[in-house]
Design a protein around this ligand. Structure first.
Ligand SMILES: Cc1cc2nc3c(=O)[nH]c(=O)nc-3n(C[C@H](O)[C@H](O)[C@H](O)COP(=O)(O)OP(=O)(O)OC[C@H]3O[C@@H](n4cnc5c(N)ncnc54)[C@H](O)[C@@H]3O)c2cc1C
Length: 396
């Protein structure tokens, strides 16, 4: 299956190396990763971490795009937002499982790279880069999703370190991830200002968890912290400043969730275009019905517009333009909403066959839903955008 919007003027804003990265990721996803993911899912393991897939992503050098070792051998937290988006888009065109494995490794490890102590970085990053270890980002709790200031997992001083007690839920890659970036309350009653990030190893005594099943295959679970001890060197950044560690991570990753959504939308559009071009009906093909062809024209236009917004947000991030929150929110909001519309339109064009269990569109229909909720629901993105808008008095 070739995507409908892969090359040509629609990619005019990309450098040749960026186009090549996008095309390479799509090719790898189709030829190497999708068969691995399909086997994992067929074995009933879709909700569990796929270590073979993670190993394959690492072997193709994709994690090296997330973690860079400088000439002085130290690891760098400089992840290119544009590269991140292009990799996620390319992978999502042919394997949402590979995309998810890649994106989650980035999300879980970015707070470590960005704010971890040298000891934690040296211990973990080489293993994350090789795919030997898997990371997770643990923010959400049963009583604190969008309203992060309500987080209640406690971190209490214990000698030179801390003891963590409480619960996290809907944590991707849990409970099997090897390393968690955990956000916990260090100061009671201080809202978002009393949170601290910690790097917590899965083997820590007192840490347990269980997998959860979602609408589409996605490794995810619940974590319980029963007085889990972590040393002082596990603190990510400054004590009580964990919110800014989490938000800086989301500033980078939100546009890339948009890229994931765009990749899915492109895959859906390609399926719809191929089907409409072949399916005979009413003395011609489906594509000859203007109601069908114009709907797909609208989808293609909206997907490209959202894609350009995603790429623009990524470029702004890479140029160091700050604050980035508003444009990152716009990119995620528009891309995830447009992708939902695109997949729904494609299902409509294919008719019943798209809803048969195991059809690629049936899979995409389930996959495309969650990004409108995680890393900030669409309503939360609108809140970020409108707050910035009114703070600036509508000026741009
Ligand atoms: C597949 C999947 C993977 C996930 N992975 C992770 C992960 O790796 N790490 C992690 O920490 N969390 C993860 N999550 C959890 C996710 O981040 C939360 O679900 C999300 O933040 C929303 O929280 P909530 O579900 O508790 O909904 P709530 O916060 O209860 O919100 C429910 C709804 O209320 C509305 N709403 C909320 N706030 C506002 C507002 N300010 N204005 C207007 N309307 C509003 C929105 O419609 C929202 O969907 C994942 C979730 C899913 C589905």
């Amino acid at each position: 299956m070739a995507t409908a919007v892969a090359t040509g003027p629609l990619d005019a804003h990309l450098e040749p190396a960026q186009r090549e990265l996008l095309a390479r990721c799509e090719r790898l996803a189709r030829e190497r990763f999708a068969p691995l993911a399909a086997a994992h899912e067929a074995a009933g393991e879709g909700s569990r971490l796929d270590r073979e897939l993670v190993g394959a992503l690492a072997a193709e050098g994709l994690f090296e795009r997330l973690y860079r070792r400088g000439e002085d051998r130290s690891w760098s937290a400089v992840v290119g937002a544009m590269d991140l988006c292009l990799i996620r888009e390319g992978l999502a065109r042919a394997s949402t499982a590979a995309e998810t494995a890649f994106g989650l490794q980035g999300l879980g490890s970015y707070p470590i790279l960005q704010s971890g102590t040298a000891a934690v970085i040296e211990r973990w990053v080489p293993r994350l880069a090789s795919g030997e270890a898997v990371a997770a980002f643990a923010l959400s709790e049963p009583d604190a999703g969008s309203d992060v200031a309500r987080l209640s997992l406690r971190a209490e001083r214990d000698g030179t370190g801390y003891r963590l007690s409480g619960e996290k839920v809907w944590i991707s890659n849990a409970p099997e991830a090897d390393l968690y970036a955990v956000f916990a309350r260090t100061t009671a009653g201080a809202g978002a200002r009393g949170l601290t990030g910690f790097a917590v190893a899965r083997e820590s005594p007192g840490l347990s968890g269980e997998p959860l099943e979602m609408i589409s295959p996605h490794p995810i679970g619940r974590l319980v912290f029963d007085h889990v001890h972590v040393p002082a060197e596990a603190v990510l950044g400054e004590v009580d400043r964990g919110m800014s560690v989490a938000m800086r991570t989301l500033d980078l990753f939100r546009p890339s969730v948009g890229a994931f959504a765009i990749g899915m939308a492109e895959a859906a559009l390609a399926l719809a275009v191929a089907h409409a071009g072949e399916r005979e009906a009413f003395g011609g093909r489906l594509k000859d019905l203007q109601a069908v062809s114009h709907r797909l024209a609208d989808v293609a236009t909206r997907v490209q517009a959202a894609r350009l917004l995603v790429h623009d947000a990524a470029r702004s991030f890479d140029l160091g333009l700050r604050p980035i929150g508003q444009v990152a929110a716009m990119a995620k909001l528009m891309a995830t909403e447009v992708a939902q519309e695109a997949v729904d339109a494609a299902v409509q064009v294919l008719g019943a066959r798209a809803l048969e269990r195991g059809h690629p569109l049936e899979h995409l229909y389930r996959d495309v839903r969650a990004p409108r909720i995680y890393e900030g629901a669409s309503e939360v993105q609108r809140e970020i955008i409108s707050r910035a808008l009114f703070a600036e008095g509508g000026r741009r």
